[in-house]
Design a protein around this ligand. Sequence first.
Ligand code: A2P
Length: 272
Amino acid sequence: MDTTPDLNKPTEKPTGVYSLEVREVRHYTERLFFFRTERPVEFRFRSGEFVMIGLPPEIQGSKTVWRAYSIASPAWEEHLDFYSIKVPGGPLTSKLLGIEPSDHVWMRKKPTGTLVHDALIAGEHLFLLCTGTGIAPFASIIRDPETYEKFEKVYLIHTCRERGELQYGYDLVDEIRNHEILAEIVGDKLVHCATTTREESERTGRMTDLMRSGQLYDELGIKPLNSQTDRVMICGSMAMLQDSKTLCENAGLKEGSNSMPGEFVIERAFVG
Ligand code: A2P
């Protein structure tokens, strides 16, 4: 019997997987894009969690390739947002970047992850450190009212190579400032600090270097990381995770997890 899938026919999705209609696609730069899908009514997640995303074989052109994607929309939204890099020759993203509204993507039903409030103990200031598409889980966290119930100040610190790559972050903060309900909840608690490394901008340099030198704290008018008051969530490349973890540990902060909440958390699902 021939078991080769007929790629012209929609394939039946496996169990434990949603087939989600794409509602919107935005290409930010040659390397970065955003897509929005419908959200199944029964699908629940905590802001900051990730899911596995793939394409049906008829779009993938072969067996489904699964990759971890943070849900970039908050838990209360009626749709699901994702923010993706385009990896040249990447088995999933080289196909995913061609999706258009009304296409379908596949999503495994079980969300998970450590960049969640449950993995942090109480504090006063929340630092969200991210590079590139590492901003995605924080796009969810900064629009979650729980964040502002738990923290007095939230610092979203984002480093990218070029200015165009910061746009998604600026759009998010604009959206919050103009949102009927969120604007009031967030007030002046959210501070957005964006830096670039390969193009001049308002603030140039890796966040980690700017934190080590103290320049970033001085410019924001705040004190350096302190384990009594500060909590940190980190999302980026392996090198960035390692450097940021060292910064936290040098300041006396201890790593947390869902089972043992701590003072900083890292998401390792996207690297490697
Ligand atoms: P750089 O240009 O100095 O490499 P990428 O797009 O390659 O994932 O990188 C996103 C951003 O993360 C870039 O601005 C990059 O800076 C920065 N970056 C890379 N490694 C580190 C690190 N160890 N600590 C902080 N930022 C980093």
